[in-house]
Design a protein around this ligand. Structure first.
Ligand code: PLP
Length: 447
């Protein structure tokens, strides 16, 4: 595609390397340049309107154009645009947000620690866990287990946790202290004749076998999303968490719940951990924490994690970790305002009200003959289509559906041949209908 010289599109191709993009194809195809947003809609430079069916990257809970968030940022910018949290310094927005998150946590948590992205939160969690093992005089306890198809980010350590080939291939990852256990996707991973409950038990058995093979005294932590997101929206089978958690307790392995997608209402509860009765020792939070108006993430740690870190920092003189932007006052002020608006407008109540309709339309989309499965909970969902039935290469059908949806005015996401939907939490029933009407029309057109 050729773009006008000096257009944003042409300059983008000339100067910008994009995340998760085939760079050579981008040189040909160019970008879709989004100019503004309002509610569940974004508009491109030609004025064309799209429903943002992915809330950006699973993150813009309150939708686009929320003026109170802009005002909160402006107020804080004028008062104190920047300060840090190193070396005993603090400021009101970071204190208030830490207090708020500890109060909101579904299980007792001691402290909040701030970072700037989900990846940094998970990376920091690994460093905390290693520091803690050293503090406890267990230097051999450093291995971390996550799951095939889990998504935890892209830094060297968090990309290692991620269980997807594209995050490892050509990057020389994962690092050797990170191990992956079975993906809990019943349809693809269960053995013939295995019930969902039996499959869930086998996932827990696989985890236990891996722990025993490695030596329980060498395994420090298990990382998991309550519901897998970027791996294809994989909802755990019945009984999964009930089987997994006792294994972790048995071997005294820390449980880190990655709530970067699930947190703040996505599953129909405040946290995915609430929905599934999880009792994590640490939680990582981001995305909907600030509706992604500014980058911010947080780790919550319980006393079992905090106390040895505090002792070690005292012994050696510092907890030698921190980002310039940790607890950034403007980002923290936006997150606080975001959480306040969610409460005032009862966004969770709204999610509970519209989620059944969202899930019904998702399942209706999966009645297409090429669809093999609908998966979802709350305002998170995906339909998997079969490239095998068309004898197509993996991802080609998903790519065509994605393009047809975009042409009709819907931005959703294709994860190979799985089409994911994760709209702003404030979406109305009519907007849900408009979204799935476009998705159905796109699928009918190309499949
Ligand atoms: N964890 C989960 C569950 C995610 O979905 C993501 C991003 O999609 C991350 C971590 C990484 O977050 P970030 O992209 O902010 O580094």
């Amino acid at each position: 595609m050729s773009h006008l010289p000096n257009s944003l599109e042409a300059r983008d191709v000339a100067y910008q390397l994009h995340s998760y993009t085939d760079a050579r194809r981008h040189e040909e195809a160019g970008p879709l340049v989004i100019e503004r947003g309002e509610g569940v809609y974004v508009y491109d430079t030609s004025g064309k309107r799209y429903i943002e069916g992915m809330a950006g990257l699973w993150s813009v809970a309150l939708g686009f154009g929320e003026k109170r968030l802009a005002a909160a940022a402006a107020r804080q910018m004028e008062k104190l645009p920047y300060y840090h949290t190193f070396a005993h310094k603090s400021h009101a927005p970071s204190v208030e947000l830490a207090e708020k998150l500890v109060a909101m946590a579904p299980v007792p948590m001691s402290k909040a620690y701030f970072t700037n992205s989900g990846s940094e939160a998970n990376d920091t969690a690994i460093k905390m866990i290693w520091y803690r093992s050293n503090a406890l005089g267990q230097p051999e306890r450093k291995k971390i287990i996550s799951r095939v198809k889990g998504y935890h980010g892209v830094t060297i350590a968090s990309a290692s946790l991620t269980g997807l080939p594209n995050n490892h291939r050509s990057f020389d990852l994962p690092i050797d202290k990170v191990l992956h256990t079975t993906c809990p996707h019943y349809r693809t991973m269960a053995r013939p004749g295995e019930s969902e409950a039996d499959f869930a038990r086998r996932c827990a058995q696989d985890l236990e076998e891996l722990i025993l093979k490695e030596g329980p005294e060498t395994v420090a932590a298990f990382f998991a999303e309550p519901v897998m997101g970027a791996g294809g929206v994989i909802v755990p089978p019945q009984g999964y968490w009930e089987a997994i958690q006792p294994v972790l307790k048995k071997y005294d392995i820390l449980f880190v719940a990655d709530e970067v997608i699930c947190g703040f209402g996505r599953t129909g509860d405040a946290f995915g951990s609430t929905t599934y009765g999880l009792e994590p020792d640490m939680m990582t939070l981001s995305k909907q924490l600030s509706s992604s108006y500014l980058p911010i993430s947080a780790l919550l740690v319980n006393e079992k994690v905090y106390a040895p870190i505090a002792d070690e920092s005292h012994a050696i003189g510092t907890w030698g970790h921190g980002f310039t932007g940790s607890g950034h006052p403007v980002a923290a002020a936006v997150a606080l305002e975001n959480l306040k608006i969610m409460e005032e407008r009862d966004v969770l109540g709204h999610v509970r009200q519209v989620a059944p309709h969202f899930q019904a339309r998702l399942r209706a989309l999966a009645r297409h003959p090429l669809a093999v499965e609908a998966r979802g909970i709350g305002m998170l969902g995906a339909v998997e289509f079969s490239h095998e039935m068309l004898r197509d290469k993996p991802g080609a059908l998903g790519g065509r559906i994605f393009a047809a949806m975009q042409e009709k005015g819907l931005i959703a996401r294709n994860l190979y041949d799985t089409v994911a939907f994760c709209p702003p939490l404030i979406i109305s029933e009519d907007e849900i209908d408009a979204m799935f009407d476009m998705a159905e029309a796109a699928v009918a057109e190309v499949a």
